[in-house]
Write a protein that binds this ligand. Sequence first.
Ligand SMILES: [Zn+2]
Length: 158
Amino acid sequence: MVAPLVPWPFPLVAERVDITLFLTSWWLPIILAPVVGSFVGVLILRLPDGAPVVLDRSRCPKCRHVLGARDLIPLVSWIALHRRCRYCGVTVGWFYPGIELAALAIAVWAVTEVSGWLLWATCALGWTLLALAATDVRRMVLPDVLTLPLLLGDSEFL
Ligand SMILES: [Zn+2]
């Protein structure tokens, strides 16, 4: 008799762990959505200027203080710091939490529509379109690094 597979975070009680079951679980994109949304916010602000996306630390836009890990927890830091920079006290607007909430809404919607690996593809498409829409609204540009991968994705699903 084979014990039922139990998804992470309960691998210790399962005889074996099916990584596919973990990666295709519905709750994983929802948990990761605010983190992805935070990265999407970085893409929106930095890509039009050609600024480094991954190799540069996040800074307060006013005092330029490098933000630490506790300042960068999606949604939680913004609420815990009462919408202010920890170092200079400048008010942090709705841009970052708005993008993080939008990314979460995309994941929640995707969970209601699809499952399995298609869930990740749907979330990736939604998050990319979120980045493109916000970049277009703010700067009226559509960065190639976001648009060109959509061509590959289109050929995969057709
Ligand atoms: Zn500051």
